[in-house]
Design a protein. Structure first.
Length: 181
């Protein structure tokens, strides 16, 4: 272990003080230079300034890791767009984004769709997807999703999809509702 427990506690606090979540703390001792990667995320995203400030705060700790003669590289980064959606907070942060979905054995649902409202109480997320020439809305149980990853889009999302991300105030306006739980 490169990072001692008191330093781990400091990292958690430094991340939390910036209203960010510590997603991962990775240590790699396989090369001549050890690497410590601190992965963070936040409800409003993570700016380069956030990463730089956190790096400056953690650098004095990193100077002590590895002892004399053992160089350690500290990397402070965000989850990245290709990180899978693993926790409800990831789904909430992905609202409005298009995702590719794979399901656990025996489950099915849309393989591509736009993330809508998350219902943490029921453990479901609203997914708006294309169905032929129309649009389909499914309530997808998170525990039925094996993997979901955000798709990078190079044009704005269609307004008709964005309008369906939340439950409509007067349902029955011609949208095909599907259930997948």
């Amino acid at each position: 272990m490169i990072v001692p427990e008191p330093d781990r506690a400091h990292i958690r606090k430094a991340v939390s003080d910036r209203s960010l979540d510590l997603e991962d703390l990775r240590e790699d001792t396989r090369s001549s230079t050890w690497h410590v990667t601190v992965v963070v995320d936040g409800d409003s995203g993570v700016s380069l300034d956030d990463l730089a400030e956190l790096s400056v705060d953690l650098d004095p700790l990193a100077e002590q890791w590895g002892g004399s003669g053992q160089p350690v590289t500290l990397e402070v980064t965000s989850r990245g767009v290709d990180a899978p959606l693993e926790h409800p907070r990831h789904w909430a942060r992905a609202r409005g984004r298009q995702v590719d979905l794979l399901y656990v054995d025996g489950a099915d649902g849309p393989t591509r769709g736009r993330v809508g409202d998350l219902d943490e109480d029921s453990g479901t997320v609203r997914i708006v997807s294309r169905a032929g020439r129309g649009t389909r809305v499914d309530s997808v149980a998170l525990d039925r999703v094996a993997r979901a990853v955000i798709r990078v889009e190079f044009r704005p999302a269609p307004q008709e999809e964005l309008d369906l991300l939340s439950e409509p105030e007067n349902p029955g306006h011609g949208v095909r509702e599907g259930e997948n739980s």
